[in-house]
Design a protein around this ligand. Sequence first.
Ligand SMILES: [Zn+2]
Length: 144
Amino acid sequence: MPSVPEKICRMMLHSTVKAWRERDGRYRLQGVVCKDCGKKIFPAVQICPYCHSKNLEKTEFASTGKIVLSPEPLWYPLTGFQELLPQYTVMIELDDGPFVCAELVHYPPPAEFKEGTRVEMAFRKLKREDIGNYVYGFKFRIVE
Ligand SMILES: [Zn+2]
C-alpha cells in the first residue's frame, strides 16, 4: 500500500458513490428549480419538498451571496500547526435565493465579519474517500 502524507481519519470518510453522485452540486452549486411552485432548492433533490412535484429542472446557482448567520468559530488544530485555528461555518444566502451552509476559508480571519458580509465560492479540498481519493467541493471566501 502506498504511503500517504497524512493520516486518514475514519470520522471524515466519505462514500465514493455518494461523492460521485453529488459532484455537480459540490463543484458548481448545481441544484434544482421546481417548475410547479418555482422554489429553488439546494442541494438537488428528486421530489420538491414544498409541493411534492417531480417536475424539477437542474440549474446552476450564483456563486456569490451574503452571510445571514455566523455562529461562534470552532477552534481546531491543523496538521503541522501548533496553534488552534478558527473554523467558521456560516449560513449563506446565495444571490439566486437558496441557502447554503459552508465553511469560510479566510486565514487570518478578518477582524470583523457579520451578517450581510459578501462572499464568493472557492473550490477547495474537502475530505478523503475511504479509498484515499480526495473529495473536492465548495467553501466560501469573503469578498473584500
Ligand atoms: Zn414545488
